[in-house]
Design a protein around this ligand. Structure first.
Ligand SMILES: [Zn+2]
Ligand SMILES: [Zn+2]
Length: 360
């Protein structure tokens, strides 16, 4: 049943308990695909995530539902849904609620740390944009590209408006009927993975073929590499015995320990490269360019956030110091910060081992 085909295809799975799981490919944005999953188990007819809700995403959701109906005797309609369970508060996973709220009375659930992203979206966007402006200034992004990045960050205003949420997973004891949740912050504050029998829905926490996006917790509390690595360990223990991991993007994962080892290795390499580069004082923008090369457009924002997460991780653990502290002390405005390794006497090799030791 496992396919690595692209563009993503409709697929179905059966859990060890006999539940039927349909994987619904949604074109969340042009040429950017996400998966929602329709799960039928007992009286529960559950949609896990729901795409971005823009025209392409909603059209592909309807097309996928038509494929579900080719597989079953009784037609399934949106109004038959009992629950919509959101894995995390990112636009490609929850914004389809705008499309669905007129078509179903299904109860919407999310983790409490992502509740405001759904129910007070405009406020969250304003707060995070403000913090992002400060972060980008401190990272060393010039005024013009900074304004451009902030405009790009606010694009969700056009496709989502705040909607009520019916319950949070905490209030339900991290269980909804036969579904069990675990909180895995790092990629997103309220990220959860959801388990039904021997199938785990991992959202963006663990994906095949790519390391999940990181951003610093200076920007959003409960994000950040430290939280992500802790969550990776708790997720690995919690998911023991799962036969297949179904992500919000990319192919199913059948070898979870192997996939998690590859993610840790990738992060370790990035940390080491950043750490070696910071033998001299550098800004986060310069670290981003070292790690990812020069980027433009939305990618420039993404790599600045990623480099910010790596630098923050090293700084939080006392491995870096700020070179231009005087400048910071003298200004009430955000100042571009230059970081450097804090231990100049030890050799690079020893320090690299130290980095490894911190989180493996
Ligand atoms: Zn995400
Ligand atoms: Zn995603």
């Amino acid at each position: 049943m496992v396919s690595k085909a692209f563009p993503p295809t409709f697929q179905y799975f059966t859990t060890s308990g006999g539940a039927r799981v349909y994987r619904l490919p949604l074109e969340a944005f042009p040429n950017f695909w996400a998966y929602a999953y329709l799960v039928l188990v007992g009286d529960y007819r559950v949609l896990i995530d729901c795409g971005s809700g823009n025209d392409g995403s909603s059209a592909s959701l309807e097309a996928a539902l038509a494929q579900v109906n080719q597989q079953s005797d009784r037609p399934f309609r949106f109004e038959d849904l009992t629950h919509i369970l959101i894995t995390h508060g990112h636009i490609d996973h929850f914004s389809g609620l705008v499309f669905l709220c007129e078509r179903t009375k299904a109860l919407v659930g999310v983790h409490e740390l992502d509740l405001h992203t759904l129910s007070h979206h405009e406020e969250r966007l304003a707060v995070i944009s403000h913090r992002l402006g400060v972060f980008l200034s401190e990272a060393g992004v010039e005024a013009e590209p900074r304004e451009q990045m902030l405009r790009m960050h606010k694009f969700t205003k056009a496709i989502y408006h705040s909607l009520p949420v019916d319950f949070t997973y905490e209030t339900e004891g991290m269980r909804v009927g036969p579904f069990e949740m675990i909180h895995v912050p790092g990629h997103c504050p309220g990220h959860v993975a959801i388990r039904l029998n021997d199938i785990v829905f991992s959202g963006d926490h663990v994906l095949a073929g790519m390391t999940t996006h990181q951003s610093p917790e200076q920007l959003i509390p409960y994000n950040g590499l430290g939280h992500y690595l802790e969550s990776l360990s708790s997720f690995e223990r919690w998911a023991v015995g799962a036969r297949v991991i179904l992500g919000g993007h990319n192919a199913p994962i059948e070898n979870l320990p192997g996939r998690i080892a590859a993610i840790r290795h990738h992060i370790n390499e990035r940390l080491q490269t950043a750490f070696e580069f910071l033998a001299e004082g550098h800004t986060i923008v310069e670290v981003a360019e070292k790690l990812y090369g020069r980027m433009g457009g939305y990618n420039a924002l993404l790599v600045t956030e990623k480099a910010g997460a790596y630098v923050e991780y090293l700084y939080q653990r006392g491995m870096l110091e700020i070179v231009n502290l005087n400048e910071m002390e003298e200004s009430a405005q955000p100042v571009t910060i230059r970081y450097r390794r804090s231990n100049h006497s030890a050799s690079s090799e020893i320090l690299v081992q130290e980095v490894k030791h911190v989180f493996v």
